[in-house]
Design a protein around this ligand. Structure first.
Ligand code: AHR
Length: 499
């Protein structure tokens, strides 16, 4: 059995894990919107065409913000196509995903839908083919109370109250050659700055997210981030990070994805610090990890032009959920800098929730670690000192074999330990001294593990992979030391109550 030692003190924490850390993303892509969240005629659809079963599932996820409308789609999207009477809205080619966009669903429908889900909105403005004026008009349409052309247009379209969208992304992945309107970091920095200025003239209370590197694998990383920040430091509130992981053939590398994500965050946090010092700024720019997930990138354009093609419908395995859990820990452990993080995406497209047109839904394996962590929103992520035995990986060298995070929800008096044991053949005994909390009692230990790492949920077997109660009970000694056994290759959620 491997031995992992962890030291914490209740007065020392990284930061608070706000609800925005458990955000997600809906793009006009594949069946995310059409035949996903919006399916008029479905037996579960309400009068607006929103599937109530999907809404319930998303409500249960306790999502903070939902990013919309893209993604790559954003960079050639005209938001004005998606407002007003539905039968007058133009049908367009979506060039990002080779799809037919009917525009039946736009910003007003999205605002109504997110309200039903109990989530807020992270808006996004097109900086590919769009311009600063379009962006300012969108903010006016959404946030200005009344009495102007665009705010009165919103009211005429049935929305008397402003949508009040407080967070906006300044474009999407503008460093990527795949992006419509890709730019150099200097060109993007200047365009984004001018866009930020005009958007803030409309609504000074908004927060803005500048595009950071769209992956660590792009040659411009991390120089892109430095340059963009030098143009935008005083105008942006957040810099974005995007990163998807897939199994590239070696399970140990894949399981160590958390390690890669951590070094990405630390590099960008350092870059922010550098620019802050260089520009002599007093303000702090934070990070928005607004696209993260596991994604097996198959061919995305090998299909005829059609509405809502089945795209990026990855089916996640038990192994994927373990990797996912490791990533969740990394986001939590960096919540001093990463204030927002969007699981990309939410429904049907690389998603935790899958729907069948006219039929039911099922929850993917990755749904569970997300929901377990989102249930701890508002808690303090404790500063941990963890001494985990290491594991050798071909891609990253030696990495900790156990990745963990501890979060304290003071009002509830509950401490939650999240832990991924990535040792293939060894259990790990995780010992943590909780003496500073006083007396604690064990509440529950749920684990995801199993012999078939490739097991997946599906419409036929929706509950094949689920978290289940652990077989062993943690030992809590009278001095407040806890020892939890983490089975080989497992994701664990262990709860204690402070007495
Ligand atoms: O989430 C899928 C795609 O991944 C998004 O459209 C894009 O921003 C990223 O490359």
């Amino acid at each position: 059995m491997k031995q992992v030692k962890c030291v914490v003190d209740k007065d020392f924490y990284v930061g608070t894990a706000g609800t925005e850390l458990f955000s997600s993303f809906i793009e006009h892509l594949g069946r995310a919107v059409y035949n996903g969240i919006y399916e008029p005629g479905h037996p579960q659809a309400d009068s607006r065409g929103f599937r109530k079963d999907v809404i319930q599932c998303i409500k249960d996820m306790q999502i903070g913000l939902i990013r919309y409308p893209g993604g790559n789609f954003l960079s050639n999207y005209d938001w004005k196509d998606g407002i007003g009477p539905k039968d007058k809205r133009p049908v367009r080619l979506d060039l990002a995903w080779k799809s037919i966009e009917t525009n039946e669903f736009g910003i007003d429908e999205f605002a109504d839908w997110t309200k039903e889900c109990g989530a807020g909105i992270m808006g996004a403005v097109n900086l590919g083919t769009g311009n600063p004026k379009d962006a300012a008009e969108l903010v006016e349409y959404c946030n200005h109370p009344s009495g102007t052309y665009w705010s009165d247009m919103r009211i005429a379209n049935g929305h008397k109250d402003p949508h009040n969208i407080k967070v906006w992304c300044l474009g999407n992945e503008m460093d990527g050659p795949w992006q419509i309107g890709q730019m150099t970091s200097d060109d993007y920095g200047k365009k984004a700055r001018e866009t930020a200025k005009i958007m803030r003239l409309v609504d000074p209370s908004i927060k803005l997210v500048a595009c950071g590197s769209s992956t660590t694998r792009i040659p411009t990383y991390p120089e892109w981030d430095r340059t963009v920040l030098e143009h935008l430091y005083e105008y942006a509130d957040y810099l974005s990070l995007h990163r998807y992981y897939e199994n590239e053939g070696n399970d140990d590398d894949f399981l160590a994805s958390f390690y890669d994500m951590d070094s990405f965050i630390k590099t960008i946090a350092g870059t922010v610090g550098y620019v802050k010092a260089k520009t002599r700024s007093k303000k702090q720019v934070f990070l928005s990890f607004d696209e993260w997930n596991i994604w097996y990138m198959q061919n995305q354009t090998d299909h005829p032009w059609q509405k809502a093609p089945e795209l990026l419908e990855d089916n996640y395995s038990l192994l994927d959920s373990l990797v996912f859990g490791g990533l969740v820990c990394t986001l939590l452990n960096n919540c001093d800098m990463v204030k927002m993080a969007c699981l990309a995406q939410l429904v049907n497209v690389i998603a935790p929730v899958m729907t069948k047109p006219g039929g039911g839904i099922f929850k993917q394996t990755t749904y569970y670690p997300f929901v377990q962590a989102a249930g701890c929103a508002g808690g303090k992520v404790l500063k941990t000192f963890v001494n985990s035995p290491e594991k050798e990986t071909p891609m990253y060298g030696a990495v900790p074999g156990v990745q963990s995070s501890l979060i304290y929800q003071e009002e509830k008096g509950v401490i939650t330990l999240f832990a991924l044991n990535s040792f293939n053949n060894d259990s790990a005994e995780f010992s943590v001294d909780l003496r500073s909390f006083g007396e604690v009692e064990f509440l529950s230990h749920s684990e995801m593990s199993g012999t078939d790492l490739h097991a997946k949920n599906s419409f036929a077997e929706p509950e094949k992979v689920l978290p289940r109660e652990a077989m062993t009970m943690p030992v809590v000694d009278s001095a407040g030391k806890i020892s939890v056994v983490l089975p080989p290759l497992s994701w664990n959620t262990v709860k204690f109550r402070v007495k």
